[in-house]
Design a protein around this ligand. Structure first.
Ligand code: TXA
Ligand code: MG
Length: 344
């Protein structure tokens, strides 16, 4: 299959291009499209065969459910049932945007989307291209991040092409995504609600409206979740470059990174600009932003891991940032991506 990449204006998407994409969706094909978080790999959420293609092409374990994307708030009533009042309040405040709710699933959404669970993940993205694609196709669109299962999520069309060239018919290229990490996922069927995945929407902001949200250890990216996974995705390896990634956390990280470099000079460093000042002479380095601006770090996170993976290095070394705001999402991704986590 030839993979077509079409450039599309992120602010004023060309109607013709959106039509071409939505025709594919309606035919049961897959289309990669930009959202404000990362690129998604979309299919009609009401078409079992189409949704199965997502799992096949991604190599996604069949028990890891997908997020359903809608264009207007009201559509939440078509894809979910028994919706608590506070979900409407949150939707009013935060949608469209990078916040996903776990709710009870309506019959309209096929089993495959939810991997057989009686719940469904729902989000209303704010990216104009995503929004227009959903409206034009007239269907809720199921879409995971458009990466091969286990790989860093795609924040640019190039990343999608890297993973899926020849396997999907169309990629809509609207340039780099705004946040660079995925949406925040909250289980609203629980009381108090439970954070399943920290993301672009800071959990502190959401708590201002509905009070305490439970933050389990796995949401911080720790450990493997034992037993029946609340969010089945959490038990799999995620976001990882092909080369071993070492995450160094804590006060003495500079000293520890120096030791690691002595052991293996052919390491690539992915660091904040503050820490990078201690390694000025090291050639293979990518600066992911300032620890004073974690939005910048989130924006560059996945693309930096992908870029360093391609350089001539044997291992990749990176560091922690503060777990405040979007920093919680960054740390969740890094801990899950790392093959080794060192406390310094
Ligand atoms: O920002 C995003 O959320 C992006 C863009 C494309 O919208 N999508 C995304 O999808 O990150 P994905 O499939 O990579 O991650 C979805 C997460 C997984 O951790 C999955 O386990 C969880 O949401 N999830 C989906 N449905 C669920 C359900 N019914 N119950 C619990 N967790 C669920
Ligand atoms: Mg993903």
């Amino acid at each position: 299959m030839k993979t077509k990449v079409i450039k599309v204006n992120p602010f004023h998407p060309d109607q013709e291009i959106i039509k071409e994409a939505s025709d594919l969706i309606l035919k049961g094909e897959l289309v990669a499209f930009p959202t404000e978080t990362v690129y998604g790999l979309g299919a009609d959420a009401t078409n079992s065969n189409a949704v199965r293609k997502i799992f096949l092409v991604k190599g996604r374990p069949p028990d890891n459910p997908l997020i359903v994307h809608i264009a207007r708030h009201e559509e939440i009533n078509e894809v979910a049932i028994k919706i608590p009042e506070r979900v409407y309040e949150l939707a009013k405040r935060f949608w469209p945007g990078p916040l996903t709710f776990i709710l009870y699933r309506s019959q309209k959404i096929v089993d495959e989307v939810s991997a057989g669970l009686d719940t469904v993940a729902v989000r209303c993205p704010s990216h104009p291209v995503a929004n227009m694609l959903i409206i034009q196709s007239g269907k809720p669109i199921a879409a995971p991040s458009a990466n091969k299962s286990g790989r860093p999520s795609p924040t640019r069309a190039d990343h999608v092409l890297e993973d899926f060239k020849g396997e999907i018919p169309l990629i809509l290229d609207a340039g780099p995504t705004l946040y660079g990490v995925e949406s925040t996922v909250i289980d609203m069927t629980k009381d108090p609600p439970v954070l399943l995945r920290p993301g672009a929407m800071p959990i502190e902001e959401v708590e201002k409206y509905i009070g305490e949200i439970v933050i389990p250890d796995f949401a911080r990216g720790y450990g493997k979740y034992e037993g029946k996974a609340l969010s089945p995705g959490m038990k799999y390896r995620h976001y990882s470059p092909n080369k071993p990634l070492i995450l160094v956390e804590g006060e003495n990280k500079v000293a520890v990174i120096k030791d690691l470099l002595k052991e293996n000079p052919r390491s690539g460093l992915v660091l904040t600009k503050e820490t990078a000042t201690h390694f000025k002479d090291h050639k293979e380095m990518i600066i992911i932003g300032s620890k004073e601006n974690l939005y910048e770090v989130a924006y560059n996170l996945f693309s930096s891991l992908r870029a360093m993976d391609k350089r001539n290095v044997e291992i990749i070394i990176t560091e922690d940032v503060s777990e405040v705001g979007i920093g919680l999402a960054v740390m969740n991704r890094l801990r899950k991506a790392a093959s080794k986590n060192i406390r310094a």
